[in-house]
Ligand binder design. Sequence first.
Ligand code: SF4
Ligand code: SF4
Length: 142
Amino acid sequence: MYDYPDIKISGCQKCGQCCAKPNVLILLDRKAQQTIDKSLQDDWKGFPVMKSDKNGCAALDDKSCSIYDIRPFYCRVYPLDIREIDGRLTIISQTCEQLSCRIKDSEKDILKKITDFRKKDPEYFSNLKQLRYILSTDGTSF
Ligand code: SF4
Ligand code: SF4
């Protein structure tokens, strides 16, 4: 199984706000589907996601992630919002709810790491694109 890219992010206040959004949608990559306990996983319109409810992600324990070491790719790159535009990966945003996180890697390094990861799990990026499209049609942010 592949390794996750090492994206360096600093300034997280560990407030847990990003994980506590009601019914937060966290898309699961292939590795996460294999390593995270099935009781924490769900299916949303055919997409593999973390289970969540009005209190946020099912893996959130108080303000901490109870599966931090095996957290999905989506959480590892947060607050980066990386999208595929005309086939090219592009960083759209780099701020979290608290506006406190800072990305330590250069944009060029991040895009290289994410591009390498996309080769390892192309289905994740395909799902991400489809999921965003579905959500954009009803105005939901993701
Ligand atoms: S990324 Fe931001 S919102 Fe999430 S826990 Fe850290 S400071 Fe809070
Ligand atoms: S898996 Fe962990 S880091 Fe990701 S949303 Fe859930 S609690 Fe937060």
